[in-house]
Write a protein of this length. Sequence first.
Lengths: 140, 99
Amino acid sequence: MRIYEELFIVKPDAPEEEIDAFIEQIKQVIVDGGGSVDKIDKWGLRKLAYRLSKHSDGYFILMQFSTGPDAVLEVERRLRVSDLVLKFLTVRIDEKLKWLEKRKKIREKRARRKPAPVHATGTGAAPGEPVAEAPGERTE
Amino acid sequence: MAEMRGRPVSASQRPTGGDKAVMTQKKQYFRRKKICRFCVDKIDDVNYKDVKLLSSFVSDRGKITPRRISGVCAVHQRRLSDAVKQARNIALLPFAAEI
């Protein structure tokens, strides 16, 4: 199961019910493909950075869902075909989320080991620490 | 960009860039201590969605500022540039902005 994030822009003058109906359609496609929708976030109207099909604002909708690879193709096809959608972007985020979790755990572990505040400047903040710093950490 | 006087033409003397010393016709370049904002603030997630963070690394024309000016480390500059390009594609940032 891969986790995807979909951000798409809908025409600003579309009525609310049409947008909701469209989102329901997409949800149905995902569920039919054996996936699940994690969250739907409507950002609402935002000014676009450049004109898209003669529109200067758009209604942004962010969806996060986990599904197999085939369902994503179907979702993208629906978005491409639909008249409401101006632009869409699909990002696969499961590896990224895993990596972020790992980073968070490493930071928490490190914060627990050192009783001093994390933003300690200068050398010798923890002189008794035998464990070497991870290579990713910059020493100032 | 204003004329840079006193800047040698030879490629062997790489300009460190962003140095105010260059303007004063000094031949010697010293490296200002650069800090990567992401490393210092421990920002792990450079997301294309946070336009506020990204726009601080983008010029007024919408171009990505080079590393030697912004002081970002190589790893984060790559992530930053990927995020900016994604944001540009989804109309959160402009490709080319009028000043």
